[in-house]
Write a protein that binds this ligand. Structure first.
Ligand SMILES: O=C[C@H](O)[C@H](O)COP(=O)(O)O
Ligand SMILES: C=C(OP(=O)(O)O)C(=O)O
Length: 280
């Protein structure tokens, strides 16, 4: 990967830390939580308050939804972005939201604290260049059909335009397995830690699509060394307009956070030990 000039790690200590709303992504425990889609002000604010109480550090929510069917709910657009800002004001949580179209980047920046590029757009090079010129950090999800190498080249596109604040997100890839929605490639976390200085987070919601797997895979992500997770939570999961089967309720999220906090206390101790692969 000789021409990955900007995203390649230069030394074992080389790590990019991105500060957003008081959280140092790449250093602090980062938990991005919220609904798949912004559906209404009530739903978004109620969910935002719940995840904040549970210990989330950022609010997620889609105003522009990339849907398989053109007839499925596509998101509220500008109205959704305004609702996200209201929820952010109410809770103090910064907003992470997806931008689908390069023409929307400049004005979505007025509402977002972090711009998300979703799996379906990972190799949308015009979008990558546009977010690369934006003054907001970018959360770049791994393409569902992409290798780690291809994903890092996409991060390179953003960095090459001058935006230094890129966060990588493993969200599962397509394999022959059908039990889960995608296959969570946790080894990608270690690969990124070895290859790049960029922060790496995991999305257990889209990776598995199954409620029962969100907590175990979140814990596994932190155990693998991820800098954070992004997870879908809904104040009334049974009414979610998108991704209902993977939406945690607020009580479930709070229970999961208690375990994540415990695990991270242990991880802090484990990180002080010599690396397993170091020679004796
Ligand atoms: O956040 C989510 C995506 O928009 C969603 O997973 C798309 O999936 P679907 O349109 O196939 O339901
Ligand atoms: C659409 C989303 O995820 P992905 O791009 O990973 O499918 C999302 O996080 O809202």
């Amino acid at each position: 990967m000789k021409d990955l000039k900007l995203c390649q790690k230069q030394s074992p200590e080389h790590k990019t830390i991105i500060e957003v709303g008081g959280t140092k992504i790449g250093q602090d425990l980062t938990v991005i939580a919220g609904p798949c889609s912004v559906e209404s002000e009530k739903q978004t604010v109620e969910t935002a308050i719940g995840v904040k109480e549970g210990g989330a550090t950022m609010l997620r929510g889609g105003a522009f939804k990339p849907r398989t069917s053109p007839y499925a709910f596509q998101g509220l657009g500008l109205e959704g972005l305004k609702i996200l800002r209201t929820a952010s004001r109410e809770t103090g949580l910064p907003v992470v939201t997806e931008v689908l179209d390069p023409r929307d980047v400049s004005w979505v920046c007025e509402y977002a604290d972090i711009l998300q590029v979703g799996t379906r757009n990972m190799q949308n090079f015009s979008l990558l260049k546009e977010v690369g010129r934006a003054n907001k950090p970018v959360l770049l999800k791994r393409g569902m059909h992409s290798t780690i190498n291809e994903w890092l080249y996409c991060a390179e596109y953003i960095l090459a335009e001058g935006n230094k604040d890129v966060i990588l997100c493993e969200r599962g890839i397509r394999t022959f397995e059908t039990y889960t929605r995608n296959t969570l490639d946790l080894s990608a976390v270690q690969a990124v830690l070895e290859l790049s200085h960029l922060p790496i987070i995991v999305d257990p919601s889209h990776a598995t699509g199954l409620l029962s797997m969100i907590e175990p895979m979140s814990l596994a992500a932190f155990a693998a060394g991820a800098d954070g997770i992004t997870v879908e939570v809904h104040c009334k999961p049974e009414e979610a307009m998108c991704d209902k089967a993977q939406a945690l309720s607020i009580p479930m999220f709070k229970r999961m956070m208690a375990r994540i906090n415990k695990l991270n206390e242990c991880m802090a101790e484990i990180k002080k030990l010599p690396a397993a692969v170091e020679q004796e």
